[in-house]
Design a protein around this ligand. Structure first.
Ligand code: FE2
Length: 208
């Protein structure tokens, strides 16, 4: 709670007007269930209030695409979304999941708007721009991580990020802020010219 409060104060200093947290939902690694996330959100809101930190805060999730997510969908479980039914998901970093296209089709059919977290970070997309374009054509929205812009993960990731910004293929910006180390990177990124260029795009963050 303390650390969250300190981080949120710094988001406010950076000019943020609203926060939507998206904790990982990943079988075996992050066993977060929607109810746990929403309970913790309530506790955090109380903490912020007691510390006089005033900013609207909501919670959704970042769903890892694997069999367990497909199961959740097949069982008819309601997934945590933000804004107008945006569903944030991520995949394996190295290989394209075999269920990817089917997943996009089924969640779209269910009325969700799939948002791929950090497209720039997937090995299977880094050198194949056609695949990125194909996902876009399937209606997938892209959320890039702000630290990617300054090369915080790697040079190839930074390169793809800049290409996405230049093409205007960025729908959302995400902070990837897990702790103070990430916050320091974020502050550095906010001085970068490509971030400024990204902020000139018609980002959907502003609609949230
Ligand atoms: Fe992620």
């Amino acid at each position: 709670m303390e650390e969250s409060g300190q981080l949120i104060r710094q988001f406010i200093d950076l000019g943020y007007k609203k926060i939507i947290t998206t904790p990982h939902v990943m079988n075996d690694f992050y066993r977060n269930e929607p109810n746990d996330i929403l309970e913790k959100l309530e506790l955090l809101r109380q903490h912020l209030k007691s510390e006089n930190i005033n900013i609207p805060i909501e919670a959704a999730a970042e769903y890892y695409l694997d069999e367990s997510l497909i199961e959740r969908i097949n069982k008819g479980e309601k997934l945590l979304t933000f804004g107008s039914n945006y569903l944030l998901f991520e995949t394996n970093f190295l290989t394209e999941p075999f269920q990817l296209k089917e997943f996009i089709f089924s969640v779209t059919t269910l009325g969700y708007k799939p948002v791929l977290a950090h497209p720039e970070r997937y090995q299977y997309l880094v050198n194949t721009f056609e695949k990125v374009e194909d996902l876009k054509n399937r209606g997938v929205l892209f959320q890039i991580n702000i630290p990617s812009i300054i090369g915080a993960y790697s040079k190839p990731i930074q390169k793809l990020t800049i290409q996405l910004i230049e093409k205007g293929w960025v729908d959302f910006l995400g902070s990837d802020c897990h702790n103070q180390i990430h916050m320091n990177i974020l502050k550095e990124a906010f001085r970068n010219k490509y971030l400024k260029r990204a902020l000139e795009l018609p980002l959907l963050n502003r609609s949230l």
